[in-house]
Design a protein around this ligand. Structure first.
Ligand SMILES: NC(=O)C1=CN([C@@H]2O[C@H](COP(=O)(O)OP(=O)(O)OC[C@H]3O[C@@H](n4cnc5c(N)ncnc54)[C@H](OP(=O)(O)O)[C@@H]3O)[C@@H](O)[C@H]2O)C=CC1
Ligand SMILES: N[C@@H](CC=O)C(=O)O
Ligand code: NA
Length: 442
């Protein structure tokens, strides 16, 4: 019989993910121990409210409200509380006490990651965070380890399960945004405050982590351009379908050349985008996530799976627990984060993208020529023009008829495309601009 040493796990948080981590640690403890080479023992679960019903049947005596006491003497601290404080302070205490830390807290890492990774390096501990991006999908370890010998050039990711679920319901089931969000919240995909999902904040935190890892640099959260899906309407989703696209909230991380200097730089942005139905990301349904990675030698790779949900995310957390336990058994310092490049993160205006603009225009001679002139003057080139439907029966003044135009552009600098939209807005030929969406993956 092998004599394993015992590693104590302190679990901070017993909510959607934490309760499933606790259940699986208790149910599969023997198996996880044999994979780790150490006996893994759940020492306790810190929560706020001891009387709250839990998603899994867990022994009452494991629960405590004293998180600080729980981490004393723990070998591995698993933080699944979410939010910045007290999670940050507890992780600092855990690292200083020599424990390894496993977290799913992208919000915390996107803001305080550099100082926490520095601290882990100084004290010779490890900070694991596979659950923080793409839930169950292995994406942190592939970027950090498997692709460490390659050069990643671009990442296009559906990294928020709630918004993908909502947009998919709007596309497939014809739901309104609010109806679909209520179901996503009920299913446990949404953050405690769902504006973090709908507003793109959760995806922006994940984009910061992905871009930093992929390009070996530090990408501060505030440098990630962000738009959410709160203004996406069923009409836009329906029009996208008619035109052969699907609306997705994308995290886009690119290594680009600074248009002003030609120097290497990074672009990281989150916004809704039209994705052609033939692109692999268009087939990502429900709360699933997918991260499409382009690397110089490997070419195109796609990582796909459950991006949210308690038990699915628990899989990623337990993988990290086993890694941490193996490191304890093997000894020695872990792998430090590789952030040597120090690349500037450019504003969205420096990104190259394509626009899809839906306009109501006066249906008169010369209007198309005027619109084409505004695009050309601002350095944007039109690729397609479709007069999709007859416009409102007359302009607001009831005098001239209007038509609806859907214009697709060639790739251009975001700054040129945004300037074109401003010029269209100011033009007398344009009655109103119905929608502007970027096209990605075409
Ligand atoms: N849900 C998901 O699908 C995914 C979540 N994540 C991340 O995992 C983390 C946890 O998410 P999730 O499980 O959904 O969150 P929940 O809100 O469901 O759970 C949070 C848990 O932390 C406890 N908690 C919060 N604050 C404190 C505190 N100050 N002291 C003690 N306990 C506290 C809560 O206690 P109590 O129960 O008593 O209120 C609760 O048990 C977050 O960082 C989230 O972003 C990552 C990937 C997917
Ligand atoms: N709320 C998040 C959960 C995982 O990070 C999501 O919807 O993806
Ligand atoms: Na993951």
């Amino acid at each position: 019989m092998i004599e394993y040493r015992t590693l104590k796990i302190a679990l901070l948080g017993g909510g959607t993910v934490g309760s499933q981590v606790a259940r699986l640690l208790l149910e599969n403890g023997a198996e996880l121990s044999s994979r780790s080479g150490a006996r893994i023992e759940l020492a306790g679960i810190a929560v706020r409210d001891l009387d709250k019903p839990r998603d899994a049947a867990l022994p009452r005596e494991l629960f405590t409200t004293d998180a600080e006491q729980l981490i004393l003497g723990a070998d591995i601290v698993v933080e699944l509380m979410g939010g910045i404080e007290p999670a940050r302070e507890l992780i600092v205490k855990a690292l200083n006490s020599g424990a390894d830390v496993v977290t799913g807290n992208k919000q915390l890492l996107a803001v305080h990651g550099p100082e926490l990774f520095d601290l882990a390096g100084q004290v010779g501990a490890q900070l694991y965070y596979e659950a923080a991006v793409g839930g169950a999908i292995p994406i942190i370890r592939p970027l950090r380890d498997s692709l460490a010998g390659d050069s990643v050039t671009r990442i296009l990711g559906i990294v928020n399960g709630t918004t993908n679920f909502v947009l998919d319901r709007m596309d497939v089931d014809g739901d309104e945004l609010g109806e679909a969000l209520a179901v996503a919240t009920e299913l446990g995909y949404a953050e405690a405050d769902p504006t973090a999902d709908i507003g793109g904040y959760d995806a922006a935190a994940k984009a910061a982590l992905l871009a930093g890892l992929a390009f070996h640099t530090n990408v501060p959260l505030e440098s990630v351009y962000r738009e959410g899906i709160e203004d996406i309407t069923k009409e836009q989703v329906d029009l996208a379908r008619e035109m052969g696209y699907v609306v997705k909230l994308l995290a886009i991380c690119e290594r680009i050349a600074d248009p002003a200097t030609g120097e290497a730089a990074v672009s990281a942005r989150v916004h809704p985008a039209l994705v052609p139905r033939r692109h692999p990301l268009a087939a990502v349904h429900g709360a699933h996530n997918a991260v499409f990675v382009q690397a110089e030698a490997a070419g195109d790779l796609m990582f796909y799976g459950a991006g949210a949900g308690g038990v699915q995310t628990a899989s990623a957390v337990l993988g990290d627990v086993v890694s941490a336990a193996r490191r304890h058994v093997a000894g020695g310092p872990g792998v430090a984060e590789s952030t040597h490049a120090d690349l500037p993160v450019l504003p969205v205006s420096a990104a190259v993208t394509r626009y899809h603009v839906t306009l109501h225009v006066a249906d008169q001679p010369g209007v198309l020529a005027e619109i084409a002139r505004l695009f050309a003057e601002n350095g944007a080139s039109i690729e397609t023009v479709v007069q999709s439907v007859a416009g409102p029966a007359g302009a607001a003044d009831g005098q001239s008829p209007t038509a609806t135009l859907v214009i697709g552009t060639h790739a251009a600098l975001e700054a040129s495309l945004a300037a074109t939209v401003e010029a269209l807005r100011a033009s007398a030929a344009v009655t109103s601009i119905a929608h502007v969406l970027r096209i990605e993956g075409a």
